[in-house]
Design a protein. Structure first.
Length: 133
């Protein structure tokens, strides 16, 4: 509580959100008011299940890079298809942004909604990602 009252940094707020459940929502609102960075939102997505979807939606609004989109792909099941479509739109030339996320099964909706022209990109991403394992 004292930290929350002393003008906490974004890092402090993220710590409170993750570890102090009774102050979570107050700290979350403060973080949003201060302006959560993409890094802050990825941290929340990874560590705070109850705020994942909201943090992910905010991250989508902040022009995330492919690596940041990977956090959504890995941790937010309800937005996995949207994250995958965004990754395809950006047409990453390598699979580094999803290497750690390939352990997640690809939903049928992703594969059925993919244009044939993008099928090769998906195959290559999965192939290169699996080389890392």
């Amino acid at each position: 509580r004292k930290l929350l009252e002393k003008g906490p940094t974004n890092r402090d707020l993220c710590f409170i959100i993750r570890h102090v459940e009774s102050l979570r929502m107050e700290a979350w609102q403060r973080l949003l008011e201060k302006g959560a960075t993409n890094f802050d939102l990825c941290y929340i997505i990874k560590h705070v299940e109850s705020l994942r979807e909201e943090a992910a939606n905010r991250l989508f609004e902040q022009n995330p890079n492919s690596y940041e989109i990977g956090y959504i792909f890995k941790y937010v099941d309800s937005l996995r298809i949207k994250a995958w479509q965004r990754l395809l739109k950006e047409r990453p030339m390598n699979a580094e942004c999803i290497v750690e996320h390939v352990e997640c099964p690809l939903p049928k909706e992703i594969m059925s909604g993919v244009k044939k022209s993008n099928k090769k990109i998906i195959d290559e991403m999965i192939y290169f990602a699996n080389l890392e394992n």
